[in-house]
Design a binder for this molecule. Structure first.
Ligand SMILES: Cc1ncc(COP(=O)(O)O)c(C=O)c1O
Length: 420
């Protein structure tokens, strides 16, 4: 008999250890405890030395957070995960684990504005160089890679350009210079994109978005997919980590013991509880996000008041083919539309009845934003251009409301733009 592997939704609902099981709890209790007590001095000594499993202090690990991390690793088919207080904190943890002054990160230029700020404004203070390239440009990646490259970075769907880089080709080029590929899969989630199968090494999520799903908490995660051989790195801290815990767990060990323990950016038990619950319904929500987004994108593309709709699910997107190859189950919730002028974009947003206007995405509720005047308001023109931001562009994060209501609302908002 061939071995059976549980599917995504089964893993999403049942994975993760079950603290509280002895009491019959069906959700992981929130362990709101700063430290964890042991009966004898020898026991605590053993836990500190790593000879006995156990939690010490919730800045480093916590039973609720650990159960959530196991669930994150299970849905990504990864070796392990670390849940952080935000998506930015997860990325900062990876940077601080893998780089030192003088090192290089090579990144696709189409990025969320906050990631760009972290890479450029903050990392330059620590002399870590970030080189931006357009992964769609042949040869650009190979030209940027050097033996100082510590990782290559991309968003599985660039936010808000909505480009879709070729993950496997990028991973293979990065591996040629001994560097791992880190992918931000916030927009795709493991439901749409199997980063492990596409040969990525580390995954970052802003769990604030689809994983949490209800816009009720900020969080992030990093997942080691277990593909990269950390024993090939020469960094002395990584060498020590390999000799302490072995090549498989070296990255996760170093990230937690060196960075998370020092920065204190672990997720709180309450956030871990909320987001772990979110994972249970992720598949159902993603299906509805994707079908609603496709319906809206198609309708708006055909509307005479709209100049252009950009959505990887539309055949008109330059990234439709690669998205169809890399994703399964849909093209996520985000699309952008251009309305000809900034004034018309503002008028459209103001006329909408259902969507909330705010700086987030991946909520059950439909959200809209004018990226140029908000997320990108303090970025120079060349950064806006690389991120695909235009003055007349509106970004929509499609929610899970009734499709017809969203269609009707967008149509009435467009009529009011035209009648001005
Ligand atoms: C693609 C992407 N990555 C990372 C982040 C940062 O995540 P967080 O806001 O949870 O720190 C965001 C936030 O919008 C994002 O859209």
């Amino acid at each position: 008999m061939s071995e059976h592997h549980d599917g995504f939704s089964t893993r999403a609902v049942h994975s993760g250890s079950r603290p509280g099981r002895a009491q019959g709890a069906t959700t992981t209790p929130i362990y709101a405890s700063a430290g964890f007590a042991y009966d004898t001095a020898a026991e605590l000594e053993d836990v500190f030395a790593g000879h006995k499993p156990g939690h010490i202090y919730s800045r480093i690990s916590n039973p609720t957070v650990a159960a959530y991390e196991e669930r994150l690793a299970a849905i990504e088919r990864g070796r392990g995960a670390i849940a952080t207080g935000s998506g930015m904190a997860a990325l900062a943890t990876i940077i601080m684990t893998l780089t030192r002054a003088g090192d290089r990160i090579v990144s696709n230029a189409s990025l969320f504005g906050g990631t760009r700020r972290l890479f450029t404004a903050l990392m330059s203070r620590y002399e870590v160089e970030v080189v931006y390239i357009d992964l769609d440009e042949p040869g650009a990646l190979q030209d940027a890679l050097t033996d100082r490259t510590r990782f290559v970075y991309l968003e599985t769907i660039g936010n808000p350009k909505l480009d879709v880089p070729d993950i496997t080709a990028t991973a293979r080029a990065a591996h040629e210079v001994g560097a791992p590929l880190v992918v931000d899969s916030t927009l795709t989630t493991p439901f749409l994109l199997d980063a492990h199968a596409l040969e990525a090494d580390l995954v970052v999520h802003s769990t604030t978005k689809f994983i949490s799903g209800h816009g009720n908490s900020i969080g992030g995660a990093l997942v080691d997919l277990g593909r990269f051989d950390w024993n090939t790195l020469t960094d002395p801290d990584m060498r020590n980590a390999v000799s302490t815990v072995g090549r498989e767990l070296a990255f996760l060990y170093l990230a937690r013991q060196l960075v998370v323990q020092s920065l204190g950016n672990l997720a709180s038990p309450f956030e871990a509880y909320l987001q772990s619950q979110g994972i249970e319904t992720l598949a159902l929500r993603m299906e509805r996000h994707c079908s609603n987004a496709l319906a809206l994108a198609r309708a708006l593309e055909a509307h005479p008041a709209v100049e252009m709709v950009n959505y990887p699910g539309l055949p008109s997107s330059p990234w439709h083919q690669i998205a169809s190859r890399q994703f399964s189950g849909g093209y996520s919730a985000l699309f952008t539309l251009r309305l000809g002028s900034r004034e018309r974009a503002f008028a459209f947003i103001n006329a909408l009845r259902i969507p909330k206007q705010l700086a987030n995405l991946g909520d059950c509720k439909t959200l809209v934003i004018h990226p140029e005047s908000t997320i990108y308001h303090d970025h120079p023109d060349e950064v806006r251009a690389a991120a695909g931001v235009h003055p007349d562009m509106v970004r929509v994060s499609t929610g899970i409301e009734t499709e017809d209501d969203l269609l009707e609302d967008c149509t009435q908002a467009l009529s009011s733009v035209d009648s001005r």
